[in-house]
Write a protein that binds this ligand. Sequence first.
Ligand code: UDP
Ligand code: MG
Length: 318
Amino acid sequence: MSKIDVSIVIPFYNEEENIRNLIDAIHRVMNENPWEYEIIAVDDGSDDTTWQKMKELASENDRFRPILLRRNFGQTPALAAGLDRARGTRVVTMDGDYQNDPEDIPLMMSKMDEGYDMVSGWRKNRQDPFLSKKLPSKLANRLIQKVTRVPVNDLGCSLKIYKREIVEDINLYGELHRFLPVLAKWAGARIGETPVTHHPRRFGKSKYGLSRTIRVLLDLIAVKFLMKHSTSPLRMFGGAGFVSIITGILAFAASIIMKFAGVQNLNRNPLLVISVGAVIVGIQFILMGLLGEINIRTYYESQSKPIYLIRETQNFDE
Ligand code: UDP
Ligand code: MG
């Protein structure tokens, strides 16, 4: 098999009416361009005819490579299944509902040529319901930008392109696919952004509602923690622990002083209870940090994971 320039990875869950239109459009765009490509379509356990459609498409063109998961695992695992099998120098991800436009791929490719490791699409003119999608997404994006300092305006946009090394260095869990730019930045990627076209969903239903916002916020806490403290949990928990213990000691000292100054008896002073609580919580924090340290060592050492990532070397080739 010759070298592949681009792998296009797409998860599908009950998208029987969208898949053919989308895949045909991708073939059309890619054939107008010089790149060797493959399309990796993952059927995330659909219970409609998506898989039949995929088998037809595969027999028509061997650049179309479908994968069927045993059950519905969710968008992130489906995406991961495809990414694990991508062979291209670059990897494009997009949705299978034909809301993203394959016409944008050449645009993103040339943006990558400017020297980025990843380019994220930005649905400037997003065609989705305002209250359940656009508004929460806007607020969440603001917050995520503030917290992670990753300058991407539209994390939820699935149309993105990466150098393959970047995705190879990232492990996806839960619903973390939307945090890929954040994880990519953590992996040292130079990140660009480009406006992309967005169409309303023509067929099928959206798989998500408003409740997604809460899950995204919880994921944000996890991602922030992993980015900042994944190699030193004791520093974070221990810091909180010290503050708590010192507060407890001060409260205790204050209640002793108040007793001898005749202001308040020890047994009637609420500060005494606070001091006991704060010291116990503080000790718990430090112990939690120590447990974290043990976990971190298991994580890195059991998989021989380095705590660094290399962009380039010279004269090191074996
Ligand atoms: N999807 C999937 N597994 C799921 C849910 C969704 O593979 O459990 C796919 C879905 O087929 C689509 C993409 O993920 O290609 C995005 O889903 P959707 O369009 O419903 O999300 P929205 O654009 O409404 O946020
Ligand atoms: Mg969609």
